[in-house]
Design a protein. Structure first.
Length: 376
């Protein structure tokens, strides 16, 4: 079965890499763009209800036939790159659930890790009793899942029109029309209610910090429209787990806390700049600002400075927290891992940038291990 339209036919082999996204309609015509084919994106194609044509299913999880499209045309395939997990566990769930899980980015748990790890650093640095530490880590892990999902929903609600202009994000559920704004708002409310239930388990200081972080969550998507530093705003947002974790375990705001928060901010600034290199061309066309674009002329220097500042702030936090001398040599593997990311940075290779971004889970775990060593 091929994609068929007036004046455009693609073979079975070509169809395996193609789907249609709703944003591609122009005056009753459809422009076929290359995004990844899989059961999840097949759902995207089947959800299209716009225009005068009709979509017919050809195979249960197979290709679709474009029929009766007046003036339909086939443009040269645009080789897009997406970080949607095309073969993961979400694709094996019932189709009606898939858009919601993709909206929450549950197909890509790296964001959960990167939100959770600064909180874990704070908890470990406070050196609370073991039972308290384990309980708080469990709570923060749960909160990272719900708040990361909530942040993604807020981001996609703000950016749905911009996302349609970027190859990597064009298949996101709001941009692709799979989820309505009203549905997204209800989903967001449920996620925030779950996050509140976690927050209420913590002490008063941490609750106050948690409520104040909502402003950052809401405003981050605006940053890319008004400043070249949205990755720094993201650092303040994702790094907020560090002071919250410390406050939850110590019920105080000691001198080590600002240094730990700064470390999380600079770490996030580095890896989120790497992440932004995936979209640098599309962002330029859409007018989206980023540190990736701002420092495209010196990517390794900028990311290297960010990582160096993160390590210096971590060392300072360990000093103020009274960690043992073991902390500093134990921090060297994390430093080496960051140095490897900088040395191998390839801004023109989206897949390599995504891999380097994801490697920061290991960096965060190495930092947590260094803090544990410093408690000995």
């Amino acid at each position: 079965m091929a994609w068929e339209g007036a004046g455009a036919t693609l073979s079975d082999r070509e169809c395996s890499d193609f789907a249609v996204i709703p944003s591609c309609f122009e005056n009753g015509s459809v422009i076929i763009k290359a995004i990844w084919y899989n059961p999840v994106l097949d759902l995207f194609a089947r959800s299209v209800k716009q225009g005068p044509g009709v979509y017919n299913r050809a195979k249960p999880l197979g290709f679709l036939s474009l029929a009766t499209w007046p003036g339909a045309k086939h443009t040269r395939p645009m080789q897009g790159f997406t970080d949607i997990n095309r073969t993961g566990w979400v694709a094996r769930l019932p189709l009606p659930l898939q858009p919601w899980l993709l909206l929450a980015r549950l197909d890509r748990p790296i964001g959960i890790w990167l939100l959770f790890l600064p909180g874990a650093w704070g908890i470990l640095l406070a050196r609370a009793p073991t039972a308290t530490t384990l309980w708080l880590i469990a709570l923060f892990a749960t909160g990272a899942i719900t708040m990361r999902a909530a942040g993604c929903v807020v981001n996609d609600m703000w950016d749905r029109d911009l996302d349609r202009q970027v190859a990597r994000t064009a298949g996101r559920p709001l941009a692709a029309g799979l989820v309505s704004m009203r549905g997204a708002a209800v989903f967001l409310a449920l996620l925030l209610a779950a996050s509140l239930a976690v927050l209420l388990q913590l002490n008063r200081t941490t609750r106050m910090l948690g409520v104040s972080s909502l402003a950052l969550v809401a405003l981050y998507p605006l940053a890319k429209r008004v400043t070249w530093w949205p990755q720094l705003v993201m650092g303040f947002t994702f790094g907020f787990g560090a002071p919250m974790g410390f406050a939850a375990a110590a019920n105080a705001i000691p001198p080590a806390l600002p240094a730990l928060y700064a470390a999380a901010i600079f770490w996030d600034l580095g890896f989120d700049t790497i992440y932004g290199f995936q979209d640098i061309d599309d962002d330029a066309l859409a007018g989206i600002k980023s540190t990736s674009r701002r420092f495209a002329h010196a990517p390794r220097a900028f990311v290297g400075i960010s990582c160096t500042l993160a390590l210096l702030c971590l060392a300072l936090a360990g000093h103020f927290a009274g960690l043992s001398p073991l902390f500093y040599p134990a921090l060297l593997p994390a430093a080496g891992h960051l140095a490897w990311q900088v040395a191998t940075l390839a801004p023109q290779n989206p897949a390599a940038c995504l891999a380097a971004f994801r490697a920061n889970r290991q960096t965060g775990l190495l930092i947590a291990a260094a803090i544990l060593a410093g408690r000995l």
